[in-house]
Design a protein around this ligand. Structure first.
Ligand code: DGY
Length: 323
């Protein structure tokens, strides 16, 4: 039996858990409940590798625990803003993630939310379930077309580009985006995309604004009341990135006062808690962080973690090293 001790902090696809067990001395989390800070500290002291996910907060206070055995954090996910990266670096911890394999499924969820918000799908579902629907009516629940509208992307990485492809080639949408440096010319040509000089320009010109920047201190409340106020009253805001990129209270004000038409959220500040006023609003569609939640994608994410573990313990180059 391999003596390398690996902790998986949540339940993973069964095929990946089984494969891990054939290679390492693995501890699984059968209960599938999030670990507390003291359990995470204990994990860092007792395992060679810890494999966390977005629901495990690893701030300096946890990462600096004394007598660490852990050498590597193999994150099950592409975003790593739940890990204090500069402290991890100081503590000589290697961090890996799972880029590339969740691009399409996350972009699909952004498309889902855009369509749900534009076409009032969640509200319609609630109407049917409440048995209050009186039948077809020419003016009932009128909404906005996605086809031919302008999609504005804040951030233009892999997921944003995948959404842009689906929106442009599938729905004939015009693509505008903000990213500090211009994107690859081939991608711009394929999408006939227009780069805006500022976030403000995207907010003003788009019918749908979709957020695609990493979470963390640098982007906290990047989309604040001032920027939301620039959106058209007919526009919709979609967030599949990280909850803290968007000021939730400001969004609630915009939705309540109908300064914008709607929003679709897959991520939240202080997840899994959801700011209660959001739950009262009909013009917001809410999903429980489903971006990468397909069987194929979660399995591919697990395979990436396996590859990173193998590479590390066989002293090979790490496929997905963050630090
Ligand atoms: C990620 O990978 O960062 C997702 O948000 C969780 O799958």
């Amino acid at each position: 039996m391999n003596q390398t001790k690996v902790l998986i902090t949540r339940k993973w696809p069964a095929s990946i858990e089984a494969e891990l067990q054939t290679h390492f001395d693995v501890t699984l989390n059968e209960k599938d409940t999030p670990l507390s800070s003291s359990e995470l500290k204990h994990a860092l002291q007792n395992y060679d590798a810890v494999c966390p996910s977005v629901c495990d907060s690893l701030p300096a206070e946890v990462l600096t625990v004394k007598n660490k055995r852990c050498k590597i954090l193999c994150n099950f996910g592409v975003g790593y803003n739940h890990i204090d990266i500069s402290t991890a670096k100081k503590e000589n911890l290697i961090v890996t993630n799972t880029p590339g394999v969740l691009t399409e499924s996350t972009a699909d969820i952004a498309m889902t939310l855009m369509l749900m918000s534009a076409r009032r799908a969640a509200e319609g579902d609630r109407l049917v379930r409440s048995q209050q629907w009186q039948g077809w009516c020419p003016t009932q629940m009128m909404s906005s077309d996605v086809t031919g509208a302008t999609l504005g992307l804040i951030g233009f990485g892999r997921i944003a580009q995948a959404m842009a492809r689906k929106a442009h080639h599938g729905f004939g949408m015009k693509i505008i985006y903000f990213k500090p440096s211009p994107a690859d010319q081939k991608i711009i040509d394929d999408l006939n995309a227009l780069r805006c000089d500022t976030i403000e320009q995207v907010m003003q010109e788009a019918d749908f604004v979709s957020l695609h920047c990493p979470g963390g201190e640098a982007t906290r409340h990047l989309i604040d009341q001032k920027r939301l106020n620039l959106m058209r009253p007919t526009a919709h805001l979609i967030n599949t990135a990280r909850g803290d990129v968007l000021d939730t209270k400001a969004l609630v004000e915009s939705l309540t006062l109908h300064k914008i038409a709607g929003a679709g959220l897959d991520v939240y500040e202080d997840e899994p808690k959801v700011y209660p006023p959001l739950l009262e609003l009909d013009n917001v569609s809410l999903l429980p962080h489903l971006g990468s939640a397909t069987i194929a994608t979660r399995t591919a994410m697990g395979k990436k973690v396996l590859n990173n573990l193998h590479a590390f313990f066989n002293k090979q180059n790490l496929p997905d090293q963050v630090i």
